[in-house]
Structures are given as C-alpha cells and as structure tokens.
Write a protein of this length. Structure first.
Length: 317
C-alpha cells in the first residue's frame, strides 16, 4: 500500500507541477522524521581519521514496508558544501514526504587533504597508467581528482552504512539510488558507471542515478545493464558545458540504458540558477520530475524503459 500511495502522490506532483503542494513544505516538517549528524565512517586524511556524518530523512510514520533509499550528494566543486545544502534539504524533505528514505552525506573536500585507499590508487593507475597517475595525484588538477575519488570512497562507505543499518531504520538496501548535484553528480556518476574500473567494492547495486549538472570522464565505460540515468543540465552552463551532458546521454543510450534527459533552456550552473521548485520544464517542476524518476526506478526497474518511452516522452531522451 505504501508504494501505491507514494506513486499517487508523485503523480499528483507531476500533474500539478508542484505549484500549491510544494508551497507548504516549509510548514510541513511534521510529516518528516530527521535523524541528524550520525557518523557513518572515519575517513582517511593527511591529518588522521576524519569522522563523516549523515542525516537520515524518513516519512514521519516510519517505513513499513521498508523504504527505498535515495543517497544524496551535495555540490560545491569539492571545496565547499555540506549535507545541509538547500537543494539537498529540499529534495530530502519532499522525497521523505513521498515515502522514500533519504541519506544526505558529507564527504571529504580538497582542503581536508584526503588520502585514497591503495585499492583505489591501483585502480586509477590501471586506467591511466602508473606514471600519469602519480603525476596527476601530485598536480593542482590532481587535488580535485583525488577529492573526487575520495568522495566516491565516502559514498561507498555510506552505502555500507545503509546496508548495516537497514533493519534498524526500515531501509530497503536492495533499492538504493543516487542523487548528485555538480561535484556530487560527478561523484555519483563515477561510482555508478566506474566502480569496477576504479576498484570500488560496493555493498549493493545502484538502482538509478540523477546527475544534476555533472559529467562522467570518458575513460569510464557505461555498459548495458548499468543503472538507469536521469540527466538535468542547463544549456548555458559555463562550468560543465551542456555538450558534456549531451555526450553522456549519447553514451548511455548506446549502452541501451533508460535515460531521462532534461535540458533546462537558458540556465547556467548551480542550484541558484536551476532551482528544483522554481524551475519548470514541460509543465512540471524539476523536483517532481526527479521524484517520478525515483518512483519508477526504485519500484519496478524492468518497466522503466517502456514507461519512459510510452508515457513520458517529454521527460525521456
């Protein structure tokens, strides 16, 4: 029954474009439970172990049956941002009201001086060569690459936390999808489509990915059977060009993945440019489109492609 109720609520959001429903979110905090500030891992840095924290959002009445999970990653260029970034909180509260659990995490930034595991270093060396890997890790550009890989390590650790805590909090560890914004999208995409190449040991399969203004390095391959993908990108993005999003869409379609492609005309980069509630595409808010994607992906992945093609041509590429 919970799945049916969630599907009906998300459909209402989609049809209404979120106009009146989302206006009450700030006053509707009583419909969401939040357990904040839990340490999910001790991450490695040059200065020693660094505790990383997460916030868990669930429906106020709990998860019965277990809630499918959205793991949310903030943006900020691997330099700034936290699990409490406005866009992450907005998504988390809306998704929890719709029947999902949302795990919003902090991850290591460049200034935290992250140190990668030997396993991930070896994976990077295998992909680009030992010499190039060492040069990259010691360069200014390498600081961001190392931070991106560290963020992916941290996300994998958060997935392990979800697996370990599933029974305690009523989480469905078999249905976990990723949302990432900007740097968070780079991280989510790398983990979803490059885990094998980069030697990440994930505790569960990733059921779906929303890449909000992100990119995927060309050296990471998208393969048939990988996670369904939703791409949201501003056509005037000067930081991560729109061409990167179009190329990602083409690569995913070549691998025969379900792809929802949402270009946002005239918009640049950042959550202030593309507001989840204030921006509408095809008569619906971006937030409602994302929840519809998660609803379909986490309920019945086998039907996602047919529903995408048959019923939601305006959302799917």
């Amino acid at each position: 029954m919970r799945f049916a109720r969630r599907g009906l609520m998300v459909l209402c959001m989609f049809v209404l474009g979120g106009a009146s429903l989302w206006g009450g979110l700030a006053q509707a905090s009583g419909s969401v439970s939040l357990v904040g500030g839990m340490v999910y891992t001790q991450a490695n840095t040059a200065d020693g172990a660094m505790p990383l924290r997460l916030d868990l959002y669930t429906p106020r009445l709990g998860c019965d049956p277990d809630c499918p999970v959205i793991l949310a990653l903030h943006g900020g260029g691997f330099r700034v941002g936290t699990r409490k970034s406005p866009g992450v909180v907005m998504l988390a509260e809306a998704a929890a009201q719709a029947g999902f659990a949302v795990v919003a995490i902090d991850y290591r930034h460049i200034d935290d001086n992250p140190r990668l595991s030997e396993r991930v270093k070896d994976g990077l060396a295998d992909e680009i060569g030992v010499v190039r890997s060492k040069i990259l890790q010691r360069s200014a550009r390498g600081d961001q690459a190392v931070a991106a890989l560290a963020a992916a390590e941290d996300t994998a650790a958060a997935m392990g936390w979800i697996m370990a805590q599933a029974d305690r909090y009523g989480l469905n560890a078999d249905k976990v999808a990723l949302f990432g914004s900007s740097a968070g999208a780079v991280t989510a995409l790398a983990l979803a489509y490059g885990a094998d190449e980069l030697r990440f040991d994930l505790p569960m399969a990733i059921a779906g990915v929303v890449g909000f203004q992100g990119r995927l390095p060309d050296l990471l391959d998208i393969a048939p059977g990988d996670a369904p993908l939703m791409i949201v990108h501003g056509t005037e993005d000067a930081r991560i060009p729109f061409d990167d999003a179009a190329r990602l869409r083409a690569r995913a379609k070549s691998a025969q993945l379900p792809v929802w492609f949402v270009p946002v005309g005239g918009k640049g980069h950042g959550i202030t440019e593309i507001n989840l509630i204030g921006t509408q595409v095809g008569g619906a808010t971006l937030l409602s489109k994302m929840l519809m994607f998660f609803d379909q992906t986490l309920q019945d992945p086998a039907s996602l492609m047919s529903q995408c093609v048959s019923n939601r041509a305006d959302l799917c590429g």
